[in-house]
Design a binder for this molecule. Sequence first.
Ligand code: GRF
Length: 220
Amino acid sequence: MAGPLRVAVLISGRGSNLQALIDAFGPKVADSPVKIALVLSNRPDAPGLERAAKAGLKTEIVDHKAFQSREDFDVAMDREIRAAGAEFVALAGFMRLLTPQFVTAWKDKLVNIHPALLPAFPGLNTHKRALEAGVRFHGATVHFVRHETDSGPIIAQAAVPVLSGDDESTLAARVLQAEHRLYPLALRLIAEDKVRVEDERTIVSGAPSADGALFNPAPS
Ligand code: GRF
């Protein structure tokens, strides 16, 4: 392999997924298959920026409010990403819709983490909607980004049970914990060249699959 995969992480807020990526692949990690080349935020006040700075990572702010159009904003982001030498983009709580031009330019080099088991519950308020739907499992998905929001070839998923007595915040916390394991796992598989896209589905090789079935409620 030709050195670590140089990834730009795009954030808008808290940055707990960014933190999981820093813990897995940050400057302190020897022989990491991923190098975080840039942390870019569209919001100057995103708390995730501090996490990045603390880890000694390069940060940039491209404030969407400073641009007339989405196109101009995305061009500015693209420029910063390339200037930092990144060859791959990971969205981690990035709350702006991307233009078709950006998505096309980064096709199969652009991933997102979504707090639901896609294709169930794309969009916002996924935990509330999962509770309303009464599903017994919920979770998180890492996927390549396509034009339609929260669509694209699925790379990895983590399922968590929905427990009786759950409210939005207990369920969100359970999913978030899973996200923090899932995103590093998915990026590692990509960096190790174990993921390819064929006919708009991914094929993952050289990684163990889950086996068995999960039941919720569990059989006694
Ligand atoms: C996560 O739930 C992620 O799945 C979604 O936005 C949230 C970001 O949280 N896309 P954080 O900023 O990583 O803490």
